[in-house]
Ligand binder design. Sequence first.
Ligand code: SF4
Length: 232
Amino acid sequence: MIKQELFAEAVEEVSRYFSFLSDMGCRGLDCSAGALEIIKDWGHVKEVHAETMGSIYDESKNCRRCKLSESRKHVVFGEGDPKNARLMFIGEGPGPEGNETGRPFTGEAGELLTKIIQAINLTREIVYICNAVKCMPSGERKFLPEEISACHVFLKRQIQVVKPDFICTLGSVSTAALLKTSRPIALLRGRFHDYRGIQVMPTYHPAFLVDNPEKKREVWEDMKQLMAAYRK
Ligand code: SF4
């Protein structure tokens, strides 16, 4: 990639990052050590293309980019087929079961995701499943914008390795992280969006469906669209 393209990509990333922070309510410039560490990676596109999922995972295991490193038991990185998956499911972050096992989407929400994947005639083994944030916070709290932002470097590199045709974002955190928007998931689901040439279908998170089973019908509508595009 020539220098101008690298520069343009870095500028675009900076612009998207500031837009995202603005949408999330941030009104100041974050010059913390964590933010500078993230910015340091921008533009290193050649190295990113050469890496494997294993090397990214190894790096994440020792990650101290945000305070979630202090509360996690396991980094919940991702699983599935990183080489051949045409579809990625991206959730929000690990819950207690994931923190114990190191696997994404275990427990009740995980069982529901497995059923959703099977309903579109795929399996967990042939897609790729991960979260926007890899470590669990202590207590039942939401992820902070700076945690989502700090972890985005891993998500972005996972997507670059898998190179999927489709991404299904599950819930508002991963949808906002990818599409750089704070619009509610209810207004974003039901149609495809673009992320760097990849078709993105946002839908409700399986954990939300556990508490709101009446929303399953809308998720099924989203899955039907995804399945039709996938089979084309
Ligand atoms: S959540 Fe992500 S950025 Fe934060 S410590 Fe874990 S791997 Fe690192």
